[in-house]
Design a protein around this ligand. Structure first.
Ligand code: NAD
Length: 300
C-alpha cells in the first residue's frame, strides 16, 4: 500500500507541492489555517483535517511548509505539537526555509521519541513547485531520507543530502542571498538603462546573451515590464531568508556585504506596504530612487 502522507501549510508553495505528491498516488491528509487554501486539494482527493494534530495521528510521513522559524517551532515543539503527537517511526519533514537553529532544536526532541525528522527546504519558486522541478536541500539522517525519497520525488528530482540538520537551511540561505543580490543588481541596471533611453526588452535580450545574465533576468518579461507583483515569493519571506544568512554570518564572524544591502531593499519595500507582494516589487523602490519607471501603468 502507498505510504500515507500528511501536508500542513498549503500556501503558495505547499499547495502545488501537495498536489504533485497527491497526483503521484500517495493518500493525503491536509491542513492549513486558511480553509480556502485546501479546497483544490480536497477536490483532487485529499482528506481535510480539522487540525495539524489530526494530520499527524493517521499518517506515516508528514510534510510541513510554513512561513518562518516561529511557526515551525510552535508546530513541532509546542505541547501536543507534531513531535509529541507523532507515532514512533513517523517521518516529519519540514520544507520551510528557517534558521538552521530551528531544525537543530527539533531533531533531538524527535529522536527522544523515536520519531524521524528531516529539514528539506526547497528552491525553484511557485512555477518550479507546480512543475515538480524543485531542488530539495535535505539535512538529517540518511536512512530516513531513503525511506522518504519516493514521497519527495514528485516535488523535485534534484534531492541533495547536504549533511546533518542545519546544513540544508544553511545552503538554502546562501542560495536565496545570491538570488536576491542577482535580482537587485538586475533591477538597478534595468532602471538605469530605461532612464538612459533604452527599451527594457532590449536590455533583457542583450544581457541574456551576455556575461551579466542570470535567472533574475526572467523577471523582466514576467513581472517588471507588465508590472505584475502578486506572489510568487513574498518580500517578507525574502527578508526573513536574508536575515537567516546574516545571522549565520554573525555567528561565524564572517563579514558579509551584499546580503545587508539586499535586506535593506526588502525592508524599504516592507516599509512601503509591499511585504505581501512578490520580491520583484523591490523595483518600485529602485524606480522611486531613480525617478524613472521601467514601464507605464500602475503596479498589479
Ligand atoms: P505562504 O504564506 O504562501 O504559505 C504559508 C501557509 O502556511 C499559508 O497558507 C498559511 O495559512 C499556512 N500556515 C501558517 N501557519 C500555520 C499553522 N500554524 N498551521 C497550518 N497552516 C499554517 O508562504 P509560501 O510562499 O508558501 O512559503 C512557505 C515556505 O517556503 C517559507 O518558508 C518560504 O520562505 C519557503 N519558500 C517559498 C518559495 C516561494 O517562491 N514562495 C520558494 C522557496 C521556499
Amino acid at each position: 500500500m502507498a505510504t500515507s502522507v500528511g501536508f500542513i501549510g498549503v500556501g503558495n508553495m505547499g499547495n502545488p507541492m501537495a498536489l504533485n505528491v497527491l497526483k503521484a498516488g500517495f493518500p493525503m491528509t491536509v491542513f492549513d489555517l486558511n480553509p480556502k487554501a485546501m479546497a483544490n486539494l480536497v477536490d483532487a482527493g485529499a482528506r481535510r483535517a480539522a487540525s495539524a494534530r489530526e494530520v499527524v495521528d493517521g499518517v506515516e510521513i508528514v510534510l510541513t511548509s510554513l512561513p518562518a522559524s516561529p511557526d515551525v517551532e510552535a508546530m513541532y515543539l509546542d505541547a501536543g505539537g507534531l513531535v509529541e503527537r507523532a507515532n514512533p517511526e513517523t517521518i516529519l519533514i519540514d520544507l520551510s526555509s528557517v534558521l538552521p537553529s530551528t531544525p537543530r532544536k527539533i531533531e533531538p526532541r524527535a529522536i527522544a521519541r523515536g520519531v524521524h525528522f528531516l529539514e528539506a527546504p526547497v528552491s525553484g519558486g511557485v512555477s518550479g513547485a507546480q512543475a515538480g522541478t524543485l531542488a530539495i536541500m535535505v539535512g538529517g539522517d540518511a536512512q530516513a531520507l531513503k525511506r522518504a525519497e519516493p514521497v519527495l520525488r514528485p516535488i523535485g528530482p534534484n534531492i541533495f543530502h547536504v549533511g546533518p540538520v542545519g546544513a540544508g537551511n544553511t545552503v538554502k540561505a546562501i542560495n536565496n542571498m545570491m538570488a536576491s543580490v542577482n535580482s537587485l543588481a538586475m533591477m538597478e541596471g534595468l532602471v538605469l538603462g530605461v532612464k538612459a533611453g533604452l527599451d527594457p526588452m532590449t536590455i533583457y535580450e542583450v544581457v541574456k546573451a551576455s556575461s551579466g545574465g542570470s535567472k533574475a533576468l526572467e523577471r523582466i518579461p514576467r513581472a517588471l515590464v507588465p508590472r505584475k507583483f502578486e506572489p510568487g515569493f513574498k518580500v517578507a519571506l525574502m527578508n526573513k531568508d536574508l536575515e537567516t544568512f546574516n545571522t549565520i554570518a554573525k555567528e561565524l564572524h564572517v563579514p558579509v556585504s551584499f546580503s545587508n544591502v539586499a535586506q535593506r531593499y526588502q525592508q524599504a519595500a516592507m516599509a512601503a506596504g509591499l511585504a505581501d507582494h512578490d520580491t520583484s516589487a523591490a523595483v518600485l523602490i529602485i524606480e522611486r530612487l531613480a525617478a524613472s519607471q521601467v514601464s507605464k501603468g500602475d503596479p498589479k
